[in-house]
Write a protein that binds this ligand. Structure first.
Ligand SMILES: Nc1nc2c(ncn2[C@@H]2O[C@H](COP(=O)(O)OP(=O)(O)O)[C@@H](O)[C@H]2O)c(=O)[nH]1
Ligand SMILES: [Mg+2]
Length: 226
């Protein structure tokens, strides 16, 4: 009985989330914007990647805004502040300490960015390889990072995160030698979980793969907007 009720509650939460995600997609289309959701474990390199990627997008003439999701602190937002772009910070500790960004919260952040004319919104989800994959944020592209320091087996151990991704980034490739990471095995494990997954190798530190990533986002913008 208790179990049945619990399942019902979870279903209701996910249903509400899906409705909010739908509203976000409508809002993005009406504003001629697209949104990209970056997910990974804490420390895989999401913030540094954004810091290096955003100047390339700005150079292409695209107006970029960021939604930063964290349980606590505005540290990542502060790291991006020097780029001079609009940033909305969400701290989930004020919404029950969620380990992910739920769509209703993302909607609030989008509303906070509304006064700025933007083409692209980049969303840095809460660092976690499990929960963010369960909640549709209304984004047009889900990007999952896995750094070469995390172990080749992680796509197999955390399959939902790789199943819900459109694009996987194997990050920190400048550390391949030091970690002796088996990149072909990481790729095989990712593809075993999601045969459709696009995979890109990047090093934010050394600037590797960033132009390819930029090109994918420019193309996404072209496809989703008029
Ligand atoms: N060697 C190397 N270190 C990186 C790279 N990207 C991020 N880092 C470092 O990894 C740590 C975590 O990065 P951060 O961007 O905060 O990851 P996040 O928690 O996913 O946002 C920091 O010390 C970064 O400087 C990279 O491409 N190569
Ligand atoms: Mg970060």
């Amino acid at each position: 009985m208790f179990m049945a009720m619990e399942i019902k509650v979870v279903r209701k939460i996910l249903e509400e989330n899906d409705n909010a995600a739908l509203a976000i997609r409508r809002k993005l289309r009406s504003r001629n914007q697209c949104m990209v959701n970056f997910m990974s474990s804490p420390g895989s390199g999401k913030t540094l990647l954004l810091e290096k990627l955003i100047p390339l997008l700005l150079e292409s003439g695209l107006r970029v805004g960021v939604i930063e999701g964290d349980i606590s602190t505005a540290r990542d937002a502060m790291r991006l502040q020097h780029l001079g772009i609009p940033i909305a910070q969400i701290n989930t500790e004020f919404f029950g300490g969620d380990c992910h960004l739920a769509a209703p919260v993302v909607m609030t952040a989008l509303q906070a960015l509304e006064e700025h004319p933007l083409d692209i919104v980049l969303l840095e989800n809460v660092g976690n390889l499990v929960c963010p994959a369960e909640f549709d944020t209304g984004s047009d592209l889900n990007v999952t990072l896995l750094s070469v320091t995390e172990g080749e087996d992680k796509p197999l151990k955390y399959p939902l995160m790789f199943r819900s991704a459109d694009l996987a980034l194997i990050s920190k490739t400048d550390l391949i030698e030091a970690t002796e990471a088996d990149v072909p095995l990481i790729r095989r494990n990712m593809r075993q979980i999601n045969g459709e997954l696009k995979i890109l190798e990047v090093s934010a530190k050394k600037g590797v793969g960033l132009n390819e990533l930029k090109a994918q986002i420019v193309e996404l913008h072209r496809k989703t907007t008029v």
